[in-house]
Write a protein that binds this ligand. Sequence first.
Ligand code: PMV
Length: 348
Amino acid sequence: MGVYTASATAPVNIATLKYWGKRDKKLNLPTNSSISVTLSQADLRTHTSVAASSDFHEDKLWLNDKLESIKSERTIACLADLRKLRKEMEDQKSDLPPLSTYPLHIVSENNFPTAAGLASSAAGFAALVVAISRLYQLPQDMSEISKIARKGSGSACRSLFGGYVAWIMGDLENGEDSKAVEIASAEHWPEMKAAILVISDDKKDTPSTTGMQSTVASSDLFQWRVKEVVPRRFEEMKSSILEKDFAKFGELTMKDSNSFHAVCLDSYPPIFYLNDTSKKIIKLIHNLNETENAIIAAYTFDAGPNAVIYYEEKNEKKVLGSLYEHLSSVSGWKDSLVNELNLTSDGS
Ligand code: PMV
């Protein structure tokens, strides 16, 4: 019997308006809408190849050359949804090979450390879901497919698009309206650059799902954030992207990173993702912006100490120069101080 194959590459996306909190853990439905920027394919990405054959005995997954059993409920949920869509096609067209019944062999590779606050699960689930949707030749658009990636890891739904992406929280209980949509392509704002400052590639202390559950259950500040702060900030950030207003975009990005880490600190027991080096970076960026009398650089931190700095190309020398000047003597860097990144034009 034949072997059917397909592959996909998905880059990491870094949220500028953070997703933090689930209203449904199984469906990965968020408590707020979020916005992110997808990085370049050439930088941090997952490449996934899939093969289906009736000769295979079971589904298998090799992650970074290591055979892993497919035990995770989230991976199982994604595979089940994709098979269901394929089965619907097969039921309508009897001459299609019954790929929905064939076991899958999946080979996935990251070019960056897994689970270190570098959004590895986002790129991982996005590449997995897109590779299988290609193998199955599913006709659904990327927003539809993003609902499946979302069940793997919430933020994964945003890695299906390049450029500037929104994940709409939706309000239907079945999650059918909670999906990713493009705000603008990378070409819309080609001057935008990102630098990632790798402080540590250790696995994160508190996994994001555990952290979110704890925040939702115990933080009073969180209620204010999701009801009052994020809905307003979502509209403002979207406009700042469409208007290419870096000062506004940068301010909102920094404020939202701080707000996310504040609700982590307000959780009980508190969750700490930032370390002393992260805090030095925050101060340094504020000092730089003050010296320039304008916001020319913006930091953001996910569930780990590593920083992502956004800036426009015209300010690259100033921003990277300042980081090198002030940080090269600071201990705690993993290897390279700064990896400069471009944005991607194609998230899949
Ligand atoms: O998708 P998850 O479960 O890895 O959660 C991601 C959470 C943050 O990275 C902190 C924020 C975000 O919106 O990506």
